[in-house]
Design a protein around this ligand. Structure first.
Ligand code: SF4
Ligand code: SF4
Length: 304
């Protein structure tokens, strides 16, 4: 049976669409946005968080590792990440909780079962399930399609949180089961998009036009980052693109940048360069919101 790697199933979420939702974070993303606050979801493989500050150098993990990734050198535990396969053998043996595996396998059936546990909260709040990541649309369609169909058959609302960078045929296959797409726009200039996310935006914008023409319900989500796109010129470009292409999102959500994920980068031995990114001011966010509202996108809000 096919499985997908999931980093987290977050219950009672109120930031990933309407009402109270269960958000399933899939592992793996074709983009590498420099502001990403879920660095554990970028790589498609399982990865080990190693919390150096919690390690007591007891050596308990050393014999559990089939790859010899851990050694004691002068009483100090040294973890060689290049040898780690993400098997997870060592995590249960560290009583100091210095080790945590990012990524667990699930079948589509298991995920539907997990999501159903919170049905009562969805019914009370108008919520449902959000499939996120990483990039959910990068998952195998043989998982994605039965998952969306299974959730839909259970009568659960299905939201897809996507960067838009996937073959349109995949969107087409799940379209009948999806209530809303949370669709990111990060930069309108292709070179700028590539500089900050690693890929150009042609496919993303094309998919957005196609989804809109197919009648999908869309919330546009704009991560708003000082030093990247928190400026009037960019917001005006987005407004022009939506207007010219007759795209009528049900909502526009402006998401102010934050750097809460920075500690995760250290535990994964990844670099986080936030010197060139700033949190936009409340005044700027209000100004951008008003630009959208004044251009006819009346359901624009800050956050989402
Ligand atoms: S078992 Fe945990 S505390 Fe002990 S050396 Fe390994 S990581 Fe450090
Ligand atoms: S996850 Fe597996 S390979 Fe990596 S350090 Fe732990 S036991 Fe070794």
């Amino acid at each position: 049976m096919k499985t997908a790697v999931v980093t987290n199933i977050q219950r009672y979420s109120t930031h990933d669409g309407d009402g109270v939702r269960t958000t399933i974070f899939f592992k793996g993303c074709p983009l590498s946005c420099r502001w990403c606050h879920n660095p554990e979801s970028q790589d498609f493989r399982k990865e080990l968080f190693f919390y150096d500050n919690k390690c007591k150098n007891c050596g308990g993990c050393i014999p559990r590792c089939p790859s010899g990734a851990n050694v004691l050198e002068e009483g100090k535990l040294c973890f060689d990440r290049s040898k780690c396969t993400g098997c997870g053998n060592c995590t249960d043996w560290c009583i100091y909780e210095a080790r945590e595996l990012a990524g667990k396998d699930y079948t589509a059936e298991q995920l539907v079962k997990e999501a159903k546990k919170d049905r009562i909260f969805y019914e009370q709040s108008g919520g449902g399930v959000t499939l996120s990541g990483g990039e959910v649309m990068s998952q195998d369609i043989e998982i994605l399609e039965p998952l969306c169909r299974g959730l839909h058959r259970e009568g659960l609302s299905v939201f897809i949180d996507t960067c838009g960078f996937a073959p349109y045929e995949k969107y087409e296959k799940i379209l009948p089961y999806v209530d809303t797409f949370l669709y990111d726009i990060k930069a309108m200039d292709s070179a700028v998009h590539k500089e900050w996310t690693g890929v150009d935006n042609a496919l993303i914008l094309e998919n957005l036009k196609k989804l809109s023409a197919a009648g999908a319900n869309i919330y546009i989500r704009i991560p708003t980052i000082g030093g990247v796109n928190a400026n009037e010129g960019f917001m005006q470009q987005v407004i022009a693109f939506l207007t010219e292409n007759n795209i009528h999102p049900a909502q526009v959500n402006l998401l102010p940048y934050h750097n809460y994920g920075r500690n995760k980068y250290a535990s994964l031995a990844k670099e986080y360069d936030d010197a060139s990114m700033q949190v936009p001011s409340d005044e700027q966010m209000e100004q951008f919101k008003n630009m959208f509202i004044n251009s006819g996108f009346t359901k624009t809000n800050i956050g989402g």
